[in-house]
Design a protein around this ligand. Sequence first.
Ligand SMILES: Nc1ncnc2c1ncn2[C@@H]1O[C@H](COP(=O)(O)OP(=O)(O)O)[C@@H](O)[C@H]1O
Ligand SMILES: [Mg+2]
Length: 243
Amino acid sequence: MELLKVENLTKSFGGLLAIHKLSFIVKEGEILGLIGPNGAGKTTLFNLISGALKPDKGRIFFGDAKISGLRPHKICKMGISRTFQDVKVFPNMTVVENIALAATFARERIPTNEAQRLATDLLRFCGLIEVKNMLARDLSLVNQKRLEVARALATQPKLILLDEMMAGLNPTETLDAMRLVKAIRDRGCTVFIVEHVLRAIMNLCDRVMVLHYGEKIAEGTPEEVCSNPKVIEVYLGEKYAQN
Ligand SMILES: Nc1ncnc2c1ncn2[C@@H]1O[C@H](COP(=O)(O)OP(=O)(O)O)[C@@H](O)[C@H]1O
Ligand SMILES: [Mg+2]
């Protein structure tokens, strides 16, 4: 069943076409990967879905509801939340306060004692129990990334958009992050993930979509996409050369 449907989406910044006539769906319960070179439009797409940006053309549906053009807090309440590539935790609040604040934007209003239980559950789920009373600004990068995820989950999303949550993590932290993504899906939340860590994309994703200059150039299983000559030419070739 389709959870999100994007139709003919277009967004430009001045003369630059960041997203061009893009159409695709996200299926309920899947982990969909999004890859492509820097500047391909991946973060812009997440900004369009979450309502941070408005499309120039095209429409986005979440279930039966048209969400393109709605404000971000409305979209969040409907069940879509996201993390930020450039981490945006609230620096002067503690970890647990960051999570509790997000819970007030939850899909369904929950009583205070339940919000506390949810926060504790998320601290444990995301590996943040030991740092729960630290100010967010004092956290290590990996814990800031975990907090971004915990905060997004506190809104009880049906769909979570994860933007390069593994960038800058060491191999052990990356493995932990991969386990976390799987566990998020196992909780019943659909995952749409932008990631340059290919091992994660290959291991986690049911399907992968490839963007290049705002256009979809390939879509399929991780194996199909990674053996696609066009994808190797514009993205993987460059990545393999780096390694
Ligand atoms: N707010 C903005 N204003 C102007 N240009 C932008 C803005 N956001 C993104 N861009 C441009 O749009 C293109 C796509 O960027 P982005 O979506 O961040 O790519 P990716 O996440 O795939 O690296 C880039 O050329 C980028 O410079
Ligand atoms: Mg980006």
